[in-house]
Design a protein around this ligand. Structure first.
Ligand code: SF4
Length: 150
């Protein structure tokens, strides 16, 4: 049997304990758009190993690099989701808040430009799953802005 690091298995209490934070803080990160917890039918939050990795990743920015939540969100907003997914047409991009506004995290939008996004589970999307690459984004941002100008 293979282990799926995306499978949501851990409840909020255990996740918080493993990470050395409070459950309230995990809920705050969710409200602030940094994480998407899996919700069971009864509304309980579950987290996967990958979620834990992602939370540790942005907490490093917060704890070690003194970045605040807004700063992490700003970096996430720079992720060129339309490029990572590579399925967005020019029309999708034109209608998409994430493409037009580089200060919005795509998975917090309610009116994504492409039908694929509107119908997708962001938790399972490459963009969300690759959020840990966020520290490379300053460089990517320059490339994207240049692309848009051309
Ligand atoms: S599916 Fe969700 S996370 Fe993926 S690009 Fe679309 S809005 Fe962003």
């Amino acid at each position: 049997m293979t282990f799926d690091s995306n499978e949501p298995l851990l409840g909020i209490g255990l996740t918080a304990k493993k990470l050395g934070v409070s459950p309230e803080l995990l809920r705050l990160y969710e409200r602030e758009g940094l994480i998407i917890a899996h919700k069971t039918q009864s509304g309980h939050r579950l987290y996967s190993e990958r979620d834990l990795e992602w939370i540790q990743c942005f907490r490093k920015q917060i704890v070690e690099n003194k970045m605040n939540i807004a700063g992490v969100r700003m970096l996430l907003a720079l992720m060129p989701c339309w490029k990572i997914k590579s399925k967005c047409s020019k029309t999708d991009c034109k209608n998409c808040g994430a493409y037009k506004n580089s200060s919005v995290v795509c998975w917090t939008l309610t009116d994504q430009g492409s039908k694929i996004c509107r119908e997708a589970s962001c938790r399972d999307c490459e963009v969300y799953k690759n959020a840990c690459q966020v520290d490379k984004l300053n460089h990517m941002y320059v490339v994207i802005e240049d692309d848009k100008k051309n």
